[in-house]
Every structure is written in structure tokens, then in C-alpha cells.
Design a protein around this ligand. Structure first.
Ligand SMILES: [Zn+2]
Length: 578
């Protein structure tokens, strides 16, 4: 299938388009009879999937001053091609709007990638070998810090032990975050520095894993318990943060990503964004979510407003607040309506008491903040929806695009509430197939019935809610083509014949692309300017090596990006690609 009904725009409309769409002064100085200014860049002979309201296709796009000034047929380009216009013949290749990742951690992910990086390892032995290598290569570092390990490497119900790390690094503290960011793995030296012993109580928002016989801490720390050690580790330097962000932006541009929502920023992170933007290195639109400190109250909102004012400039918008409402399933900290099927029948840990959450969200909504929730369990999801409902009741509709990330489990009665409340469902589609996390770490303690309701992307979509997608990198891969493939297939993108996990929840390709383009732009509050290929919008474009609509869906994840334009300028070019 290759649907290419061209949208043929009249040349006159294209002349008027950019100035009118931008509302620029002098919009009426140009008339349909004026001499056409040549474009700086023209892409022609392409399969341009515009993601406009009609989801129409075109052949050609022209760019001037960082803006799209023409979308239509090759024949309609006319005088837009001047003597100094750079013309790229796409030879039928697919063009899409630049993608936007609606939930990602660029700075910590970049620091992790440049630190002791356990991503890529798959067994405990591989992790230990990498840690030994990290320690040997940086003898001057007082701590060995990094992350990226998977709980599945340690087997069902097992947690990583400090003894494994002590064997290779006995003399310096080691702290390694799990890939999902919810568990820390520390050696004995690190526990000693933090004063964590047999007698240390669990913090209210976390758990120190202990040997069931002796009660001694084994070395793995859940949620808030990681902070007990992490607070002694040297914080990342401004230079490390900057290098981490640069690394992430380069990687994302290479995937065709030209916008993102950073799901948690601190003040030093905000300063890093501002500095990189000033250095003209922030080649994407960044909406950043200020972290809600659970230990503080509503008084922290004044500081958030100051930081929003100070840091919303250039390509940065500090217009969002991130609220973590529960943990994750694998360590029984996701908040559930019915208990986990394990000893003691726990129901997880709601991070903020639900009535308090309503007050917090209502106050943030009143101050014009978008709220970005983390909710994994069905109880946490309901608490977040209830909080938005409460804010709506108090403040009325304010056009704030609150969204809930992750949504591993949603009670069926809550699914229609996303549309009713205008809450965007922000899924991480790469998680929605039956990998070891689901088969070995989730199914045994969630049970069959609940497992068969996990990541209900299709149901939320057919109930009329808006979907946005994000990677949660460095929790999992930032490659959007892997994520789109899983959204469409619900199967392991690395396998050609992997099991399909809940076929009814599969999404159409147009819906999956929308979740990464126009809908992600909507949730980022920049959909008037980005997210589709339309005259007047920022020239954020990506040229792919294949037409996603014309291939076997199992090949979507192998897509390579040949060219990424951000505001009309190439920020990634595959050598010899075009
Ligand atoms: Zn996250």
C-alpha cells in the first residue's frame, strides 16, 4: 500500500501562507502578484507525510528563514527554486515532521551513557565485568557511578547483591542505577558511607532490601531508599551535565527527534539547558518538567513560577511540573487497586496521599502549570485522574494539557475519563510486548487477568483520548522507530515472529506516528508551530530511508534517518545517505 493523494496547493495560497500563519507584521505587504522570493532549501520528489489535519501527502517542501513556505506538488514549486536554492531530490523517500519525545531524561541519560554504562549487558557476570573495567579506567574518581542494569538479569524475584560488586571494587563506593531508575545497586563501601546497617529503618517512600535470614542489607535499594546512598555521592558537575545533554541531543537529532519533554529537571539541569541553548547547541525544542518535591508543600510553587519565568526562553519552556505518584511493578511499589499476589498482599506505595494530590494539582493548574504525572498502577492512575477532575471543578477548563505517563495498568472504568477530562495518555510503547519483564517479573505477582490488561494503548485510543509517545530514555531505547513498530505490532521488534501481546491493543501506523509528532507537539504546547508539515510552521523535518507505509511493519524498527532539519538547518546527515 502506498497512499499518496497529493495535496495540491495553489501557488498564491503558498505566497500568502507563511506571513499570515505567523501573523508577522507586513503580512499584507505581499500579495499574490508579488515576485516570489526563492526558497533557501527545497525537498522535491519525495513522499511527504504531512500529518496535517487531513493526514495528506505531498511531493515537495520549501524552506525559508527556518520556516516551511510551501507544501505541495513538485510542479507547484515554480519560482521558489531560485539560482541559489539548495534542491534535494529525495527520489521518492519518505519525509515526516520532526518527531517529539514526550517523556525522556536527556541529561541523566547522557551522563549515564558517558559514565559506567551497563546498558548492553544482559547478565550479572557481564555487569560485574563492566564495573571492574569502569573502576580500572578511572582510578582518580572517588565513586564508581553509573547505571543501566536490568532486573531481569538476576532472575525472578532476585535482587542484585553488594557481594558481586565487593568482589571487583572493595575499596571505593559503587552506586549503579537500574535502567528504569527505580532501584540502586550499591557495594558494601557505599552502604557503610551512608551508614546503612541492619538497624536502619526503611524510608517512608522506599525499601532497603534485606537478607530474610539475617536482616542485613543485601545491596539493592528501592525508590526513596536509593537517596540514602546517593546523597553522599558527588553530584554531577556542570561540565558532566553539559556533556550529557550534548550527547543526548546529538543522539536524538540522529533519530529525527526535534522536540522533547524532559520528564524531570533540577535547577542545575535548567541552567544546563539555558547554557547549551545560548551556545546554539540545543537543536530541538525542549519543554522541561520541574520536579515536585514530595517533602515540601504548596510553598514550592512560588519558586517554580520564578524558574518558569527565568528559563522559558529560546528553545526552552519550563512550563511543566512532574509529579511521581507511584513506583514500578517489579519492586511492588506501583500503587494497585487490588493487592500484589505475594506475601503480605501489598498494594504498592502511593507517593502522595490522594487528597493532598488534589490540592497540589489544583494549585498548579491555577498557576498555569501543565502537570506531567508518573502513574504505573491502576490506583495511581485513578488518583491522578481524580486530581485533574478536582482541578477542573475548582478552576474550570484552563487549556492546560495535563498528561499521565506510563499507564501500565488502568482500571477499565477509568479509560473513558482520559477523553472526558482532556488528559493526554503518554505511553512508552516499547514496553508493550511480552518480554522478560512481563513474563517473569510481572505476570507471577499480577496474575493473568491483570496482565492481559497491561498497556491498553488501543482501548485508550478508541475511547477518544489523545495519545502521546515517549521513550523514557535511558530507561529504554530512544529509537522512535522501534517504539512505533511495537505500537503497531505489540511484539518484540528484534524478532520477526515474536509473540503478539494483546492483539486488540495494536495501533494503526497513522495513529502511532501522530503520537510522536502532532500529539507530542500538542502535549508540549507547541503544536501551532511544530508537529506537522504545514506552511508557516518551523521547518523541523526528517527524511527516512524507507516509506513506513510501504514496508512490512517488522522492518519499521530498522529505519535509518538520512537527514534531520531543525528550523531549516541540517542537524543530522547520514553520510552518503541522500
Ligand atoms: Zn521517566
Amino acid at each position: 500500500m502506498k497512499p499518496i493523494p497529493f495535496r495540491r496547493l495553489a501557488a498564491a495560497l503558498c505566497l500568502l501562507g507563511p506571513a499570515l500563519a505567523l501573523g508577522a507584521p507586513g503580512a499584507f505587504a505581499q500579495s499574490a502578484h508579488a515576485v516570489v522570493e526563492p526558497a533557501e532549501l527545497v525537498l522535491r520528489n519525495g513522499a511527504v507525510y504531512t500529518v496535517d489535519a487531513a493526514r495528506s501527502w505531498a511531493e515537495a517542501v520549501a524552506v525559508r528563514d527556518g520556516r516551511i513556505v510551501y507544501v505541495g506538488s513538485d510542479a507547484g514549486l515554480g519560482a521558489l527554486v531560485g539560482t541559489r536554492t539548495r534542491v534535494l531530490d529525495l527520489r521518492g523517500r519518505m519525509v515526516m515532521p520532526g518527531l517529539q519525545d514526550a517523556h525522556i531524561h536527556p541529561i541523566s541519560g547522557g551522563i549515564e551513557a558517558l559514565g559506567c554504562n551497563l546498558n548492553g549487558g544482559a547478565t550479572a557476570a557481564e555487569y560485574v565485568a563492566i564495573v571492574r573495567q569502569c573502576a580500572a579506567s578511572k582510578p582518580q574518581d572517588s565513586w564508581v557511578l553509573g547505571g543501566g542494569w536490568l532486573m531481569s538479569a538476576f532472575g525472578p524475584g532476585a535482587m542484585p547483591s553488594r557481594a558481586l560488586l565487593d568482589a571487583v571494587v572493595p575499596d571505593r563506593p559503587v552506586l549503579l542505577w537500574s535502567a528504569d531508575g527505580h532501584t540502586g545497586w550499591a557495594n558494601s563501601k557505599a552502604l557503610a558511607i551512608a551508614g546503612i546497617t541492619h538497624d536502619t529503618p526503611d524510608p517512608p517512600d522506599g525499601r532497603i532490601d534485606r537478607d530474610p535470614q539475617t536482616g542485613e542489607p543485601i545491596g539493592s535499594l528501592q525508590e526513596g531508599a536509593v537517596d540514602l546512598v546517593d546523597r553522599f555521592a558527588p553530584p554531577a558537575s556542570p561540565e558532566q551535565r553539559m556533556n550529557g545533554l550534548r550527547y543526548a541531543v546529538r543522539m536524538l537529532n540522529a533519530y529525527g527527534i526535534t522536540g522533547l519533554q524532559d520528564a524531570s529537571v533540577s535547577l542545575p539541569d535548567l541552567e544546563t539547558y539555558a547554557a547549551l541553548d545560548q551556545a546554539e547547541g540545543l537543536t530541538l525544542h525542549a519543554v522541561v518538567a520541574q520536579w515536585w518535591e514530595r517533602a515540601e508543600g504548596l510553598e514550592q510553587i512560588a519558586g517554580m513560577e520564578r524558574r518558569r519565568q527565568q528559563f522559558t526562553r529560546g528553545h526552552v519552556r519550563a512550563t511543566t511540573v512532574k509529579i511521581l505518584q507511584d513506583g514500578v511493578m517489579e519492586n511492588y511499589t506501583a500503587a494497585l487497586l487490588e493487592p500484589y499476589l505475594v506475601d503480605g498482599s501489598p498494594r504498592g506505595i502511593p507517593m502522595i496521599e490522594p487528597e493532598t494530590l488534589k490540592r497540589v494539582v489544583t494549585a498548579l493548574d491555577a498557576k498555569g502549570f501543565q502537570v506531567h504525572f508518573h502513574a504505573i498502577g491502576d490506583a495511581a492512575t485513578r488518583q491522578c485522574l481524580d486530581a485533574v477532575q478536582s482541578a477542573r471543578a475548582s478552576n474550570g477548563p484552563r487549556g492546560l494539557r495535563h498528561h499521565i505517563s506510563h499507564l501500565q495498568l488502568i482500571d477499565p472504568v477509568d479509560i473513558p475519563r482520559f477523553r472526558e477530562l482532556g488528559v493526554v495518555a503518554n505511553f512508552q510503547p516499547l514496553w508493550a510486548y511480552a518480554d522478560a519483564y512481563i513474563n517473569e517479573l510481572t505476570l507471577p505477582f499480577l496474575g493473568q487477568e491483570r496482565t492481559e490488561r497491561m498497556y491498553p494503548i488501543g482501548s485508550v485510543h478508541t475511547n477518544g483520548a489523545m495519545l502521546a509517545f515517549g521513550s523514557d530514555w535511558s530507561v529504554s531505547s530512544a529509537n522512535p522507530y522501534e517504539q512505533i513498530e511495537v505500537a503497531v505490532r505489540r511484539a518484540d521488534p528484534a524478532l520477526l515472529d515474536g509473540a503478539v501481546f494483546l492483539p486488540d491493543q495494536r495501533l494503526s501506523l497513522p495513529a502511532a506516528i501522530a503520537a510522536f509528532t502532532i500529539n507530542a507537539a500538542y502535549v508540549n504546547g507547541i503544536d501551532r508551530d511544530t508537529g506537522s508539515i504545514e506552511v508557516g510552521k518551523s521547518a523541523d523535518l526528517v527524511v527516512l530511508d524507507r516509506n513506513l507505509f510501504a514496508i512490512d511493519p517488522r522492518a519499521i524498527s530498522d529505519t535509518k534517518v538520512l537527514l534531520t532539519l531543525f528550523e531549516g538547518k541540517p542537524v543530522h546527515e547520514e553520510p552518503g545517505g541522500l
